[in-house]
Write a protein that binds this ligand. Structure first.
Ligand code: SF4
Length: 979
C-alpha cells in the first residue's frame, strides 16, 4: 500500500515498459521545450480513441538517455489544455481586432480565403505577403515556402532570441553554441558558463554537468542572477548585465599580456599571423595580398594572404596554402612590404586593442573585482596550457600535415542569451569566441566542439536574397530570404540604399541580421516603412503579448486603421494550437496540432540534434490523432503551396507533387541524394547520409526510436575546421559546399569591408549619411565593448537599475503557463530584487511596487533575493497573462498577480536621419533585439492601490470550439470520460 514510500524505485526507467492489455507505448520527440529529448508516450484507449496516460524519457535516445524534466512529463496537460483551439475561425464581420469574436468555418473555406488572397498578392506584388514564425523547428520548410512564394519577408524568431550568439560565433569560428556546438564536459577540467539561464540545451546540459562535477571538474558560473546553474556551480560570479564583453576584453588583456595563449594554434589555424594593411587607403584594415598570386577574395572565398616569416625575415604566402614547413609566422610587430605598404599581423592589432582593457577598467564596468578577473584569466590560461594533454587520435590537417595526436585544451565555455540579448551582444560574443580561440579550445578535446553540419565556412556560403529586381509576380526568389552577408554588395537594399525587407534585415541598419528582425515587423508594417504589406501570417509567436517589446503599443498597432478605415495590416492570419493573446487579433485563425499529433523533422537542412561525434536527426510521429479539426501547420503549408502551384510543389504536368508533409519529407531533395532526413535512404533503406528517397523512411524512424545517429570515425572527431578527412566527408555529404579549411577570424575583414564603405574609402555601395558613423563604429574588425545603446538614450540617474527576464526551468515561453501541472509550480511571477536595493527603495519583501522605465511602467509584487546582484532586478518571462487568454479562469493568478516586463521595453530607439526618425532597439550589427538593455527604477505602490498587477486587459472571451473544461483538467485521468 505504501510502496511509494519505499526505498525501491516504483519503476525502473531503464527497463522497457511492458504494455498491458489496455496500454500501448509509442516513441516520439518532446517539444515541451526546444531541446528535443526522446520520449515514450504511454497511451490508453479512451472514449474517443487513444489518450495520453503518461510520458517518460526514452533511455535509448542519444540526447537525453531517458532523462525527462518537469516540462517533458507534463506534455499530457498540454495535450488536454483547455486553451486548445479545435477549428478554423474567421473574425466576425464588424468586430474589432482584439475583441476575440469569431465564427467557426470549415478548412475548405479557410483554404479558399487564403488561396484567393495569396494568389492575388503573388500575382501582383509578392513582397506584400509576410510570413514570420516563432519557435518553430521547421525553418527549412517555412523558408522554402516564402522563397517559392517570392517574398523576402520571412524569418523565424531568431532575431529576438539569440542571433548574436549564432552570428558572433559563426563569423568568428564557423560554429556556435547549443545545436551546432557546445562544451566538451567529458574532457574539460574547467567549465565557465556565462549568461545562461534554464533555457537552451536543458536536459543534455544538466546530464553533462552532473558527470563533469562527479569527475572533479571545476564549474564557474558568471551571471547577474544566481540561476539554478549558478547554484550548483563551484563559484558564482555576479556581473552587471551588458558588460560581459568588458570582462572578456580584460581576460584577453591578461592572457595575452602574460603569454598564456596557444601560439602554435594561433599561427597555424587562425588569421592571427596574417598581415593587415595599415595605410590610409582603399584596403586599409583588410588583409594584404600578393597581386602576383591573384586578386584578393570577395569576402566569401579564401584569398591569398601574407605572413611575416621570422625565420627568414621576409613575407611568405599564407592562406590558402597554409604555413610552409620551416616558416615561423610573426604574431607581433610592424612590417613594411616591398611596395612600401605598412602592415602588421592581426594578432598585433588585437594585442594593441586589449592593452588598455585592464582588469581595473573592467572592474568599473562589470562590478567584478579586478583581482578576481586576474585570477580567472590565470585559471583559464593555466588549465588550457598547463593541464593540457594529448589524445592518441591521429588526424591530418587541411594542408596535408599529419598529426599523430590530438591536442586537448580542457577549458570549456557555454554562453547564451545573457550575452546575446543586448545591443552590444555581437561584439561581446565575438570577444568570447576570440578568447576561446587564443586558448586553442576550438574543436579541441575538453574545449568547444562542433556538431554537424558545422563548422561552416567564414562567411558561410549562404547568401541572403538581395536583389529587388528579382521580386517578380508568380516567381520564386533566386535565393533564400535568410543568409550570411559577406560584404556590402550582399545587402538586401534598393539602389537608393533603403531596405527591401519589411523588417529592415540585411539593410544598412542591421547588415548581418542572419535571423531577421521579427520584433519590428508589426511596427514597420503599420508605419509603411519601407512599404505597406497586405497579409501577415504568424505561426506560433505570441506577438500581442510576450513575443513583442512594447506590448501595449503593438496591440494598438494590430488594430490601427488608415483614413479609409482599413487596418494598417489588412489581413492577419494566426496559426496556433492554443488561444493565446494574439489569436484575439487574428482575421483568420488556423488551429495547429500539438507535438504529439503531428509529423515533424529535426534534420540537417535546418536544426538537427547532432552530437559531437557525428550527425543525428530525429522526427516526431503522431502518437494520438489530431484534436477536433486541428491540422499541422506543415500540412497547411504543403496544401497552400500545392494550391498556389509553387514550382517546387507542382509536377511538370501541373499537378500536385506531394500528397502531404510526410510525402514531401521523403521525396523532396534540394540536391540529388540529400533530403530532410539522412537515415535509411536509398530505395531499400540501406543507405545513410546520402541516397535516393526511401518510400519507407518514416517506418524506419518509427522502428528506431524516431532518431538516426551516425558515428564518424575517431579521426574526424576533432579539429574539424582544418581536418582534411572531415572536410572532404562533409562536402561529400552535402553539409558544406566546399572542402577548404575554416581559419578562425580573430580579425574580421568582413566587418572591415562594411567599415570601409562607411568611411567612403571603398568603391561600391556606401551607407546613407545618417548611418555612416553607426557602421564605422560598430563594424570594428576587432572585438570591443561599448555600453548598450539604450543607455545613451536613458538618464541613468533616473533609471539606475538593469531589468532582465529569464525563462523559468519549469516553463517554456508562454506555452506552459496554461499547463495544469506546471501552473502548480508557478502561477505568477515576482520581481526579484537584492534586499539592499529593495530596502533603499522602501519596498518590503512581498510588497507591491511600481517598476518604471523610460518607455512604460508595470505594477507587480517584489521579493527580496540575495541571488541577484544589487544593480539588477529580474523576473520570470511570460508567466503573466492577459485575463481570459489561454482559457485561464477569470481573475487567475497569471493575470491578476503575474506581470510582463515587456511593457517596459521599447522596440525602437530614436535615430536622427532614418526615414522614421527611429531605429530598431537592436544590435547594430545583427538586429538582435536588445531585450536585456532596459533600465528601470522601482518605488513602492501607494497604500490603497489595488493589489493587482498593472496593466490589466479587458477579459478575452473563449473562442468558439476551444476545448475548455478547465476544472476537469485538474482531475484528468486518461481513459475516463471528462466531466
Ligand atoms: S528538456 Fe524537458 S521539455 Fe525540453 S525536450 Fe527535454 S524533456 Fe522535453
Amino acid at each position: 500500500m505504501f510502496s511509494f514510500l519505499s526505498r525501491e524505485p516504483v519503476h525502473d526507467p531503464l527497463v522497457a515498459p511492458t504494455p498491458t492489455a489496455d496500454t500501448t507505448v509509442k516513441t516520439t520527440t518532446c517539444y515541451m521545450c526546444a531541446c528535443r529529448c526522446g520520449i515514450r508516450v504511454h497511451l490508453r484507449e479512451g472514449e474517443k480513441g487513444p489518450e495520453v496516460r503518461y510520458i517518460d524519457g526514452n533511455p535509448n535516445h542519444p540526447l537525453n538517455q531517458g532523462v525527462i524534466c518537469a516540462k517533458g512529463s507534463s506534455g499530457i496537460m498540454k495535450q488536454v489544455s483547455p486553451a486548445r483551439i479545435t477549428q478554423p475561425l474567421l473574425r466576425k464581420a464588424g468586430s474589432e481586432r482584439g475583441a476575440g469574436e469569431f465564427e467557426p468555418i470549415s478548412w475548405e473555406r479557410a483554404y479558399g480565403i487564403l488561396t484567393e488572397r495569396l494568389a492575388k498578392i503573388r500575382a501582383t506584388d509578392p513582397k506584400k505577403f509576410a510570413l514570420f514564425t516563432g519557435r518553430d523547428q521547421m525553418q527549412a520548410l517555412t523558408g522554402l515556402f516564402a522563397r517559392q512564394f517570392g517574398t523576402p519577408n520571412y524569418a523565424a524568431h531568431g532575431g529576438f532570441c539569440s542571433v548574436n550568439m549564432a552570428a558572433g560565433m559563426i563569423y568568428t569560428i564557423g560554429g556556435s553554441f547549443w545545436e551546432f556546438g557546445g562544451p566538451d564536459l567529458e574532457r574539460a577540467k574547467l567549465f565557465v558558463m556565462i549568461g545562461t539561464a534554464e533555457d537552451h540545451h536543458s536536459n543534455p546540459m544538466k546530464i553533462a554537468i552532473s558527470k563533469f562535477k562527479r569527475a572533479g571538474g571545476r564549474f564557474i558560473s558568471i551571471n547577474p542572477v544566481r540561476t539554478g546553474y549558478s547554484a550548483i556551480a563551484d563559484e558564482w560570479i555576479p556581473i552587471k548585465p551588458g558588460t560581459d564583453g568588458a570582462l572578456f576584453m580584460a581576460l584577453l588583456h591578461e592572457l595575452i599580456g602574460n603569454e598564456l595563449v596557444d601560439h602554435a594554434f594561433l599561427k597555424r589555424f587562425t588569421n592571427a599571423p596574417q598581415l593587415v594593411v595599415l595605410d590610409d587607403c582603399e584596403r586599409e584594415g583588410l588583409f594584404a595580398f600578393d597581386p602576383e598570386r591573384g586578386p584578393p577574395g570577395d569576402g566569401r572565398n579564401p584569398h591569398n594572404k601574407l605572413v611575416w616569416d621570422k625565420a627568414s625575415g621576409s613575407v611568405k604566402p599564407a592562406y590558402p596554402e597554409g604555413i610552409a614547413d620551416g616558416c615561423d609566422p610573426a604574431l607581433e610587430g610592424h612590417y613594411t612590404l616591398a611596395d612600401g605598404t605598412r602592415v602588421a599581423p592581426s594578432f598585433q592589432l588585437l594585442r594593441e586593442r586589449v592593452a588598455s582593457c585592464t582588469p581595473e577598467w573592467a572592474q568599473a564596468i562589470t562590478g567584478i573585482d579586478a583581482a578576481r578577473i586576474r585570477k580567472l584569466a590565470r585559471e583559464m590560461g593555466e588549465t588550457a596550457l598547463k593541464q593540457a594533454f594529448e589524445l592518441p587520435i591521429p588526424w591530418t590537417d587541411a594542408w596535408g600535415k599529419k598529426h599523430e595526436t590530438t591536442q586537448a585544451r580542457p577549458v570549456a565555455f557555454h554562453a547564451m542569451r545573457g550575452l546575446a540579448a543586448h545591443s552590444n551582444g555581437f561584439q561581446t560574443v565575438r570577444a568570447l569566441a576570440v578568447l576561446m580561440s587564443v586558448l586553442g579550445t576550438i574543436d579541441a578535446p575538453g574545449g568547444f566542439r562542433h556538431k554537424a553540419p558545422y563548422p561552416r565556412h567564414i562567411v558561410p556560403n549562404y547568401r541572403a536574397f538581395n536583389d529587388p529586381g528579382m521580386i517578380q509576380p508568380n516567381t520564386p526568389l533566386n535565393a533564400a530570404p535568410l543568409g550570411f552577408p559577406a560584404s556590402p554588395d550582399e545587402l538586401a537594399i534598393n539602389p537608393d540604399g533603403s531596405p527591401i525587407r519589411i523588417d529592415h534585415a540585411f539593410s544598412w541598419e542591421h547588415p548581418l541580421s542572419a535571423h531577421g528582425l521579427m520584433h519590428n515587423v508589426i511596427t514597420n508594417a503599420v508605419k509603411g516603412d519601407p512599404y505597406r504589406i497586405d497579409t501577415l501570417l504568424i505561426f506560433m509567436a505570441n506577438m500581442a503579448w510576450n513575443s513583442s517589446m512594447n506590448t501595449m503599443a503593438v496591440r494598438e498597432m494590430l488594430n490601427r486603421k488608415d483614413e479609409k478605415g482599413e487596418h494598417m495590416i489588412p489581413f492577419l492570419v494566426v496559426c496556433d494550437a492554443f488561444q493565446s493573446e494574439t489569436v484575439a487579433f487574428a482575421d483568420l485563425v488556423l488551429p495547429d496540432t500539438t507535438y504529439l499529433e503531428r509529423h515533424d523533422v529535426m534534420g540537417m537542412l535546418d536544426r538537427p540534434i547532432s552530437e559531437f561525434d557525428g550527425p543525428v536527426d530525429s522526427v516526431r510521429i503522431p502518437v494520438v490523432p489530431p484534436t477536433g479539426q486541428c491540422k499541422p501547420f506543415q500540412e497547411v503549408l504543403i496544401e497552400l503551396a500545392s494550391r498556389l502551384k509553387f514550382p517546387a510543389f507542382t509536377t511538370p504536368e501541373g499537378g500536385r507533387k506531394y500528397s502531404g508533409y510526410p510525402d514531401f519529407i521523403v521525396n523532396f531533395e534540394p540536391q540529388p541524394g540529400i533530403g530532410f532526413l539522412m537515415g535509411w535512404r536509398g530505395k531499400d533503406g540501406t543507405e545513410h547520409l546520402r541516397g535516393a528517397p526511401n518510400p519507407k523512411q518514416w517506418e524506419a524512424y518509427e522502428k528506431n526510436n524516431c532518431v538516426f545517429q551516425y558515428h564518424m570515425p575517431e579521426t574526424m572527431h576533432y579539429m574539424r575546421n582544418w581536418n582534411r578527412e572531415y572536410l572532404d566527408f562533409a562536402k561529400d555529404k552535402g553539409w558544406r559546399q566546399r572542402n577548404d579549411p575554416v581559419q578562425l577570424a580573430l580579425y574580421s575583414d568582413t566587418l572591415q569591408s562594411f567599415r570601409l564603405a562607411a568611411q567612403g574609402k571603398s568603391p561600391g555601395r556606401q551607407p546613407p549619411d545618417a548611418l555612416r558613423e553607426r557602421i564605422d563604429t560598430y563594424f570594428d574588425p576587432l572585438p570591443f565593448w561599448y555600453p548598450p545603446l539604450e543607455e545613451a538614450a536613458t538618464d541613468l540617474d533616473a533609471f539606475p537599475l538593469n531589468a532582465l527576464t529569464q525563462r523559468p526551468m519549469a516553463m517554456y515561453h508562454s506555452w506552459d503557463s496554461q499547463n495544469a501541472w506546471l501552473r502548480q509550480i508557478h502561477s505568477h511571477n515576482y520581481l526579484h530584487v537584492n534586499p539592499v536595493t529593495a530596502q533603499a527603495a522602501g519596498i518590503a519583501d512581498g510588497g507591491w511596487c511600481w517598476v518604471e522605465s523610460r518607455w512604460g511602467k508595470v505594477r507587480c509584487m517584489l521579493r527580496h533575493s540575495e541571488a541577484v546582484e544589487p544593480g539588477t532586478v529580474w523576473t520570470w518571462n511570460a508567466i503573466g497573462k492577459a485575463d481570459g487568454a489561454w482559457q485561464l479562469a477569470p481573475g487567475a493568478d497569471e493575470a491578476r498577480k503575474g506581470f510582463l516586463l515587456n511593457h517596459l521595453i521599447s522596440e525602437e530607439l530614436p535615430c536622427a536621419g532614418t526615414a522614421s526618425g527611429t531605429i530598431s532597439n537592436s544590435d547594430p550589427v545583427t538586429g538582435q533585439a536588445g531585450w536585456y538593455d532596459v533600465r528601470v527604477r522601482i518605488r513602492p505602490a501607494e497604500p490603497g492601490e489595488p493589489e493587482e498587477s498593472y496593466p490589466q486587459m479587458a477579459s478575452m472571451p473563449a473562442v468558439p470550439g476551444v476545448l475548455g473544461k478547465a476544472a476537469s483538467v485538474l482531475t484528468y485521468f486518461a481513459g475516463r470520460a471528462r466531466k
